[in-house]
Design a protein around this ligand. Structure first.
Ligand SMILES: *Cc1c(COP(=O)(O)O)cnc(C)c1O
Length: 358
């Protein structure tokens, strides 16, 4: 029997056990074809069914209206840092960005190479430990770019701004973790490997009506319209990551959908944050009202005791709780597939640490 590991990895993140088993089976014998998913044409009927099914689930889960197209691309979320301005920022226009951390900063670096950019607000002044509020979005922007959840710093946007400007959102690390009305946005993108599937596929949901307006000569592989026309098959799509994404979304829907998972995510996060706030040996790193439900960041009051806490965590089979290299301390990622039992185990370890080292 294998020992149960509590997987708090920030990304690639935990996937449901049953999804991993189904995925493993499909590598040997997909759809009873006696062929592996990895060795059949992406244009086969069987794979076409996979991509259509995945696309439809994304549309339903985000409540997208008919103006939206959903495509699956390679290149990670980082590729979207470039593709978004390339497709949406006109040569004479202006793009606005909210700078809430490492990922937003990387997106800003790319857009600046392509055109006029305004950083509308930033939380860099306090090491990105909060979400800026009460900023004004200029109404002459081609679009305004947000990062819904800041995977590294552990902050999350709870209320999205209301504006007439098209909203673009990097939802890589909290997609499908809570109810979102996708129609409030003009473009949503998410790398699969945090909360949706394995690394290698990125989902892009975009309003067709905002495309084709940049006056730029478009390289085919970077043009959303080319990928939409090709139904994500302009070139060979990342077939395996798309398939595992399909399985993960089926798992999500079968287990009560977003309404249920959101309730569970709230419970998991509440359990851990209340221990961080109660336990005198720990403290949270972010503004309380902006705390992420997905990535919980915290530090020890006495960092010299990290070695002791690390040992206790290891002995309890807690995996992936060390903080990002830029931030230090700890980060427990509580993605959809993480059971509440894993959070309970982490809390017990924190309480044991308090009893033995307080
Ligand atoms: C992980 C992450 C990215 C980068 O994703 P890649 O697929 O590695 O390019 C971008 N944005 C957010 C919010 C992330 O969490």
């Amino acid at each position: 029997m294998t020992t149960k590991v509590h997987n708090f990895s920030a990304g690639p993140g935990i996937l449901p056990q049953e999804v991993l088993k189904q995925a493993a089976n499909a590598c040997i014998n997909f759809d009873n074809l006696n062929l592996s998913l990895l060795e059949i044409s992406h244009r086969s009927k069987n794979f076409e069914a996979v991509i259509n099914n995945t696309r439809n689930m994304v549309k339903n889960l985000l409540h997208l209206d008919d103006d939206f197209e959903v495509i699956f691309l390679g290149g990670g979320a980082s590729m979207q840092f470039a593709m978004v301005p390339y497709n949406l920022l006109s040569t004479t226009g202006k793009a606005g960005y909210l700078n809430t951390g490492v990922w937003a900063s990387k997106a800003i670096k790319e857009v600046k190479l392509l055109g006029n950019t305004v950083v509308v607000a930033s939380s860099e002044d306090r090491k990105f430990n909060y979400i800026p509020k009460n900023y004004e979005i200029p109404n002459d922007l081609d679009y305004f770019h947000l990062t819904s959840n800041n995977t590294i710093y552990g902050t999350q946007i709870k209320t999205f701004p209301k504006t007439s400007v098209p909203l673009v959102c990097d939802m890589s690390s909290d997609i499908f973790s809570r109810e979102v009305n996708g129609n409030d946005f003009s473009l949503i993108y998410a790398g699969a490997q945090k909360n949706m599937g394995p690394a290698g596929a990125t989902m892009v949901a975009v309003r067709k009506s905002i495309l084709g307006k940049t006056e730029r000569k478009m390289l085919s592989m970077l043009d959303y319209l080319v990928h939409i026309k090709g139904q994500s098959m302009y070139n060979t799509p990342p077939v395996f990551p798309i398939y595992v994404t399909m399985l993960t979304l089926e798992w999500l829907i079968k287990n009560g959908g977003i309404a249920h998972i959101e309730k569970m995510n709230n419970q998991k996060a509440a359990l851990l944050y209340s221990e961080i706030d109660r336990n005198p040996l720990f403290k949270g790193t972010c503004a309380v009202e902006d705390r992420s439900l997905m990535n919980v960041t915290f530090v020890l009051e006495n960092p010299e005791k990290e070695i002791i806490f690390d040992k206790l965590a290891k002995d309890a089979n807690l995996s992936g709780i060390r903080g990002h290299r830029d931030v230090g301390g700890y980060r427990a990622s509580l993605y959809n597939a993480l059971p509440i039992e894993s959070v309970k185990t982490l809390v017990e370890v924190m309480q044991h640490f308090e009893k033995t080292n307080g």
